[in-house]
Design a binder for this molecule. Structure first.
Ligand SMILES: Nc1ncnc2c1ncn2[C@@H]1O[C@H](COP(=O)(O)OP(=O)(O)OP(=O)(O)O)[C@@H](O)[C@H]1O
Length: 594
C-alpha cells in the first residue's frame, strides 16, 4: 500500500515535468513484458513437437493458446522450424522494445534533469529578496547541486522499479491465463516477502531524509568556510571550524553507512526468501495438484521471471526510497521558491528623467519598525548621502529604493509612477549598486566590467571609458595582461579601493542613471578614503548619486546629507549646514576626527 502511495505521489512530481512521455516509457515496458511472455510460451509447444514429433495441441498454454491458433489460421505447419522462428521473432521484437524502453528512459531522464535545473534557476532568479535573506544558504546550494543528482537517481530507480512492477503484472496476467493457482501462489509469496521488508523500507526513507538535511548542513558549513576563509585563517579559528566540518562529514558517513547496511540486508535476504517461495510453489503444484509437465515448466518459467522482477523491484524501490528524501526536499524547496516569487507591474522604465519620491514610507520586520514615515524626494542627478548610526535603517532605505523590498506603508514612485505598477527589473537596470564588499567575479577584468560582453571595438571603447571615469584605467593598463588579467579567487587580488573602483566601472559601463554606493563600514585608510571621495566628486552631477556613508569625510561635497536616526530622517541639508545646525551631526563628524 505504501509502495502504491509512494508511487503515485512521486508520479505526480515526474508527470508535472514529462507529461505523456511517462506513458511512453511505461508503455514500452508493457510490450517488453508481453513479448517476453509470448516468447517463453512458445517453449512449451516446442518441447511438445520435439517430444512427440507430431502435431501440437497446446493445451498447457491455457489462454495463451490463441498464439498457436493464430499460427494455424495462417496455415503454417506446426513444426520445430515454425515454432523456433516465431519464438525468435518474439524475442527480437522484445529486444527492440527493450532498447526503446531504455532509450526513452534515458532521453526523458536527461530532459527531466534539464527542466528541473532550468526551472530552479528561473525561480531563483525571481526569488523575493526579503525571503532570500531569511533562507538557508547551505540548503539552497545543496538542493541546487548534490540534491539534483540524487533526484536524478530517484528518477532512475523509480522508473526501473515501475518497469519491474509492470513486468510482474504482465507475468501475473500471463500466469493467470495459464494457471490461476500458480499466479495466486506467486502473489502470496511476493506479498509475504514484502511484509518482511517493510521495516527496512521505512527506515530507508527516514534515513534518506536525514541524509538530505545533513548534506544541507555540510554545504552551509563549507560555504561559510570558503566565504570567511581569511578571518578563520588569520585568527587560527580554521582548525576548530574544520573540526565542525569534519563532524558533519562523520554524520553523513554514519547515515550513508546505515543506508548501505539496510540495502545489504535486503539484497542478502531476498534470494533465500524467493527460493523458498519457488520451492513451495513447485512442491504444491507437483504433490498436491499433480499438474502436467508442460504446465509446470511454463509455470516455472513465468515464476522464475516474475520472481526475478519482484527482486529487481524490491532492489530498485529501496534504491528509490534511499533517494526519495532528496525528492521530498526538492518538492518542498520548489514550493517555497514558487510561493516566494516576485510579482511586478507592467510599466517599463526606459529612462529616469525627473525624481524618485517616497511618501510616508514605513517598513517593519514583524514587530520591529525599521523605517518610520519617511518623506523624501530625490531629484535626477542630485547627490545624496545617507548617514546615521548602525541599525538606523540606511540599508533598509536603499533596499526600498532598489525595489528589493516593498514599504509596509506609504508609497514610492519614480517619475510619478508608483513602484507597484512598474516592471521592477527595468527599473533595476537603471540602477548601479556598489555594495559594501565590492563584487568581484573569478574572471578577467574585461568580463568583470562588461559582464561577459563580446569584445567588439564599440564595447572595448565603452569599457575603456568606464575605466577612465572610475579612475582605474591607468592601473589596468599597467598590468602585464591588462584587461585580460584574471581576478578573484583564481587570480590576482586587488586592494579594497581598486575593487571598489572596478565595481564602479562595471556600473558605469551599464549606462545607468542612478548610482548607489554603499561604503564599507570598516575603517578605510586615508588613501582609499581620498580615492572614494575623488570618485564621488567625479560622478556628482552626472548621475543620481546615493551614498551610504560611514566615513563622513568622503561626502563633504554632496548636494544633501540625510541624517537617519531610529528609522526617521531627523535632519537634512548640505554638509556645512548640518555641521552648523545639527549637534548630532557635529558630534558624529568630531568623533571621526574630521
Ligand atoms: N531580515 C531582517 N529581519 C529582521 N530585522 C532586520 C532584518 N534586516 C535588518 N533588520 C533590522 O533592521 C534594522 C535596520 O537595519 P539596517 O540594515 O537598515 O541598518 P543600517 O543603518 O544599514 O545599519 P549598518 O550601518 O550597521 O549597516 C536593524 O535593527 C536590523 O537589526
Amino acid at each position: 500500500m505504501n509502495y502504491l502511495l509512494g508511487l503515485t505521489k512521486s508520479f505526480r512530481f515526474f508527470y508535472a515535468f514529462l507529461k505523456y512521455r511517462i506513458f511512453i516509457i511505461l508503455g514500452a515496458s508493457v510490450f517488453v513484458g508481453i513479448l517476453d511472455g509470448f516468447g517463453l510460451a512458445m517453449i512449451v509447444p516446442l518441447l511438445e513437437v520435439v517430444d512427440k514429433g507430431g502435431e501440437v495441441e497446446g493445451d498447457e498454454l491455457g489462454s495463451l493458446s490463441f498464439v498457436l491458433d493464430f499460427l494455424r489460421a495462417l496455415n503454417l505447419p506446426m513444426e520445430v522450424s515454425t515454432i523456433v522462428v516465431v519464438l525468435l521473432l518474439f524475442f527480437i521484437l522484445k529486444g527492440v522494445f527493450k532498447y526503446l524502453e531504455g532509450f526513452f528512459r534515458v532521453t526523458y531522464q536527461q530532459k527531466f534533469m534539464r527542466m528541473i535545473r532550468d526551472q530552479n534557476a528561473d525561480m531563483f532568479c525571481y526569488y523575493k529578496y526579503s525571503d532570500f535573506v531569511l533562507s538557508d544558504a547551505g540548503r539552497i546550494q545543496n538542493t541546487f547541486s548534490a540534491e539534483v543528482l540524487r533526484v536524478n537517481q530517484a528518477f532512475q530507480t523509480y522508473f526501473l522499479s515501475a518497469q519491474a512492477l509492470i513486468m510482474i503484472s504482465v507475468y501475473l496476467g500471463l500466469a493467470f491465463g495459464v494457471n490461476p493457482l500458480f499466479a495466486l501462489l506467486v502473489s502470496i509469496g511476493g506479498l509475504a516477502t514484502n511484509v518482511l521488508f517493510k521495516r527496512i523500507y521505512k527506515q530507508t526513507k527516514v534515513l534518506s531524509r536525514q541524509l538530505s538535511n545533513e548534506a544541507n548542513s555540510f554545504h552551509g558549513i563549507l560555504m561559510q568556510m570558503v566565504n570567511n576563509f581569511k578571518y578563520l585563517k588569520s585568527t587560527s579559528s580554521i582548525v576548530p571550524y574544520t573540526g565542525k566540518l569534519k563532524q558533519q562529514i562523520k554524520e553523513i558517513e554514519r547515515v550513508q553507512k546505515r543506508l548501505g547496511i539496510l540495502d545489504s540486508i535486503l539484497q542478502a535476504a531476498r534470494e533465500p526468501l524467493i527460493i523458498l517461495v519457488v520451492a513451495g510453489v513447485i512442491f504444491i503444484q507437483v504433490n498436491l495438484y499433480g499438474d502436467s509437465l508442460g504446465s509446470i515448466i511454463l509455470s516455472l518459467l513465468f515464476l522464475y521471471r516474475a520472481l526475478s522482477f519482484v527482486m529487481a523491484m524490491q532492489k530498485q524501490w529501496n534504491g528509490f526510497l534511499g533517494h526519495s528524501g532528496a525528492l521530498d526536499q526538492m518538492v518542498e524547496f520548489r514550493d517555497e521558491l514558487r510561493n516566494s516569487q516576485e510579482s511586478f507591474g507592467e510599466v517599463v522604465v526606459d529612462k529616469f528623467s525627473r525624481d524618485i519620491e517616497l511618501r510616508n514610507v514605513s517598513f517593519s520586520y514583524d514587530d520591529l519598525t525599521v523605517l518610520k514615515g519617511v518623506d523624501l524626494t530625490i531629484e535626477k542627478n542630485e547627490s545624496i548621502a545617507v548617514v546615521g548610526e548602525s541599525g538606523s535603517g540606511k540599508t533598509t532605505l536603499i533596499n526600498i529604493l532598489c525595489g528589493l523590498i516593498r514599504p509596509s506603508f506609504g508609497t514610492i514612485s519614480l517619475d510619478g509612477n508608483n513602484y507597484e505598477g512598474l516592471y521592477l527589473p527595468s527599473l533595476q537596470k537603471r540602477i548601479g549598486y556598489i555594495t559594501q564588499e565590492p563584487v568581484i567575479f573569478s574572471d578577467t577584468i574585461f568580463n568583470n566590467v562588461t559582464f561577459w560582453s563580446k569584445k567588439t571595438p564599440e564595447i572595448l571603447f565603452r569599457f575603456q571609458e568606464a575605466l577612465k571615469k572610475a579612475s582605474i584605467y591607468d592601473f589596468v593598463k599597467s598590468l602585464k595582461n591588462t584587461e585580460e588579467t584574471i581576478l578573484g579567487t583564481s587570480g590576482i587580488n586587488l586592494s579594497g579601493g581598486q575593487k571598489q573602483r572596478l565595481s564602479i566601472a562595471r556600473e558605469l559601463f551599464k549606462n545607468v542613471d542612478i548610482l548607489i554606493l554603499d561604503e564599507a563600514t570598516s575603517a578605510l585608510d586615508t588613501e582609499t578614503e581620498k580615492e572614494i571621495q575623488a570618485s564621488i566628486d567625479v560622478l556628482r552631477g552626472e548621475y543620481t548619486l546615493i551614498v551610504v556613508a560611514h566615513r563622513l569625510s568622503t561626502i563633504r561635497n554632496v548636494d544633501r546629507v540625510l541624517l537617519l536616526s531610529e528609522g526617521e530622517i531627523k535632519e537634512q541639508g548640505t554638509f556645512d549646514e548640518l555641521y552648523i545646525d545639527s549637534e548630532r551631526f557635529k558630534r558624529m563628524v568630531s568623533s571621526q576626527n574630521y
